[in-house]
Design a protein around this ligand. Structure first.
Ligand SMILES: [Zn+2]
Length: 128
């Protein structure tokens, strides 16, 4: 078993989180767009719609990560970094059971996403 993780417990935790997110995502279907006469209200309504959309985006992404993690548990490669094949630290997994990359690869990924143009992958390789 991968670094002595209690996979049954991790799986239960992931399933619980998936249920929670699914119901959050379902609920929001019922949120109606409010009509407001006042311009200030319209701006605020637009802002809160934007915020809701951002949250939704994040929740949907999280849900995808959770499904991926459950797949990896089923396939027996849970807890292994998808990029470098190293074991993801148990500390990281207990904080983020859906993590599919080790801290180093995750940081590299985030940096790559944040600034593709400025990011120089060779710098990271040297640091690692
Ligand atoms: Zn890695």
């Amino acid at each position: 078993m991968t670094h002595g993780l209690d996979l049954a417990r991790v799986e239960a935790e992931l399933r619980g989180e998936r249920r929670r997110l699914s119901s959050l995502l379902g609920l929001r279907e019922e949120t109606k767009v409010e009509r407001t006469a006042d311009e200030m209200d319209q701006i605020q309504a637009a802002e809160s719609r934007e915020l809701a959309a951002r949250n939704l985006d994040q929740q949907a992404r999280q849900l995808r990560l959770i499904n991926d993690a459950l797949d990896r548990i089923a396939e027996g490669d849970y807890g292994i970094c998808v990029d470098c094949d190293e074991e993801i630290s148990p500390k990281r997994l207990s904080a983020a059971p859906w993590a599919k990359r080790c801290v180093r690869c995750q940081e590299a990924q985030e940096r790559a996403e944040a600034g593709n143009s400025r990011f120089d992958a060779s710098l990271l390789r040297d640091a690692a």
